[in-house]
Design a protein. Sequence first.
Length: 173
Amino acid sequence: MSPDEQIDAALAPTRDAMLAAAGAEAAAVLADADADAADIEARAREDRDRQVAAARADGEREARAALDLALRQARRTHRDTRLQLEREAYEDLRTRIRAAARDLRDDPGYPALLAGLSTAARQVLGPDADIDEAPSGGIVGHVARRRIDLSLDVLADRALASCPDAVVSLWAQ
């Protein structure tokens, strides 16, 4: 056997022991790395789950807030629309009542109505009151700084205002 072969043979048990120790150490390092990787992965999953849960909770809160806002806006729009429709219906009713009152000018009893309104105006303003027929029908009386409007439009408006329950009942239907 050559001297190199003798050295190799003499070193073989040491070399084998060192290789076995290195292999065992590498296996231990890999096992530790695997354990660390598993631990890191578990913590990452937990962190991800917490972030997903927090994001879901934030999303649900934001969705509830958006829904609440949308509901408030829808209610406000509904209320505004309803009020607008009620105003339009009231104005339509007022226009119709005024038109019906103005139609009294064509009634044969209209001169008696004018006489009665003139008498009522003089009772309020006094006998010296100036009485004029209003353009829409009825009369307007005035004396000094006092004035009374008994025009058919004003009388129609007063009649409408005197029955608010009847008007309100229109909205309830």
